[in-house]
Design a binder for this molecule. Sequence first.
Ligand SMILES: [Zn+2]
Length: 99
Amino acid sequence: MSPVRGVVRKIDHLGRIVIPVEIRRVFGIVPGDDLDIALSSDGVGITVTKVENTCTICAGTDGLVEFKGKLLCITCRRSMVATLPMSTPPSPQNITGVG
Ligand SMILES: [Zn+2]
């Protein structure tokens, strides 16, 4: 059985290759997407994986916001806020008037 071979492309003098349009379509790769390029697990090849911008906790994509280098979706942020202890309103004795 012969090894599976994909599309053959030449690398240019700057180290660039063009990912075939058919593959870009299959994986939904569009200009500006981040791609993770790494050695394959057996160390004899290269893998290219589209980096999906998803929530660190649930992999959701709605309302993503970066917090300390991690992406969080709106649902997870709301859940986190809901688990925070409620702030205690100041007691009347601690309120000092101005003037
Ligand atoms: Zn989430």
